[in-house]
Design a protein around this ligand. Structure first.
Ligand code: ZN
Length: 71
């Protein structure tokens, strides 16, 4: 969620970058897209904001075997 630097209004996404067409499918999934966001209150547009940033799920490590065994 972004907020306008001018007026503090809520920004909403007006346009999302499309991943480059030459990318293989699995790379499109992890491609960090940019988006344009617009202020709901004053109409100011902020270009090329990170859209996917922080939304990528970290690689999951199976830690179920790391528990100490009760003897
Ligand atoms: Zn604003």
């Amino acid at each position: 969620m972004y907020f306008c630097k001018e007026c503090g209004g809520m920004l909403f996404v007006v346009d999302i970058e499309t991943p480059p067409k030459h990318l293989p499918k699995h790379e499109k999934l992890i491609y960090d897209r940019l988006c344009n966001v617009k202020c709901h209150d004053c109409g100011k547009i902020y270009y090329s904001q990170p859209y996917d940033l922080g939304k990528t799920i970290n690689p999951v490590r199976d830690i179920s075997n790391n528990k100490p065994k009760k003897s």
